[in-house]
Design a protein around this ligand. Structure first.
Ligand code: PEP
Length: 248
């Protein structure tokens, strides 16, 4: 049995004041025994969020990390540094990083390898654009991204995969539970082919306009093990309702 995971991605949002009030509301939310929860604030707030969440069951993730070790890489934050400040998870290869910052599959693979070497857990995002879906290429694109991500290290139970169709991110459009399940099944089957039985243990999240009103139906699907939540993770009540849909 895989535990459920609900991961919030705050993107480039927040302030010291608004983070405090969001976190104090989230700390009150009830989390089922088989549910894990994490929030991923911008780098600047990681230490203070880790501090604020001490003693709670909510863990902390980063939204990116360097593909390199420490050194002359201005502006980069290494996985080791994230580990040192108490981060446990790192989102890698989010579609915004791929589309806006030119992140390629090889960068994703290098970052995953650094994350694992630092003892952190990667949440690796894959997903097709609308054009790719309409041209019947959704599965091929997602599998190419997954294979690209494991160019250096193969998937094992430390990995979390997030299927995030690009056309559903921040648009209010969600993949139907059936379409999302179908892609999760394809991804799990591919992991089984390449990496063996560990596929049954790998948590695969759905992401793309998940909210309180659609979370339950998504979480009922056999291969959907939780959600990567953007916009709704900034609203305490909405996020708490998604966490509760994952199990009590
Ligand atoms: C995301 O940022 O990964 C995401 C899925 O965003 P949203 O939930 O806002 O679509």
């Amino acid at each position: 049995m895989r535990s459920k995971l609900v991961a919030g991605n705050w993107k480039s949002n927040g302030s010291l004041v608004s983070n405090k009030s969001l976190l104090s509301a989230l700390k009150e939310c009830s989390i089922g025994p088989d549910v894990n929860v994490l929030v991923s604030p911008p780098f600047a707030y990681l230490s203070s969020v880790v501090e604020d969440l001490k003693g709670s069951r909510i863990e902390v993730g980063a939204q990116n990390c360097s593909a390199y070790n420490s050194g002359a890489f201005t502006g980069e934050v290494t996985a080791e540094m994230l580990k040192e400040v108490g981060v446990e998870w790192v989102i890698i290869g989010h579609s915004e990083r791929r589309a806006l910052f030119g992140e390629r599959n090889e960068d994703v693979a290098a970052k995953v390898s650094k994350v694992l070497a630092a003892g952190l857990r990667p949440i690796v995002c894959v997903g097709e654009t609308l054009d790719e879906r309409e041209n019947g290429r959704a599965e091929t694109v997602c599998i190419e991204q997954l294979d690209g991500a494991m160019a250096e290290v193969k998937v094992d139970e430390r990995w979390v995969i997030a299927y995030e169709p690009v056309w559903a991110i921040g648009t209010g459009k969600t993949a139907s539970a059936e379409d999302a399940q179908a892609m999760h099944k394809v991804l799990r089957a591919h992991i089984r082919t390449v990496c063996g039985d560990v596929a049954e243990k790998v948590v695969i999240l759905y992401g793309g306009s998940v909210k309180a009103s659609n979370a339950e139906e998504l979480f009922e699907q056999e291969d959907i093990d939780g959600a990567l939540v953007g916009g709704a993770s900034l609203k305490a009540e909405e996020f708490a309702a998604i966490v509760s849909a994952a199990g009590n």
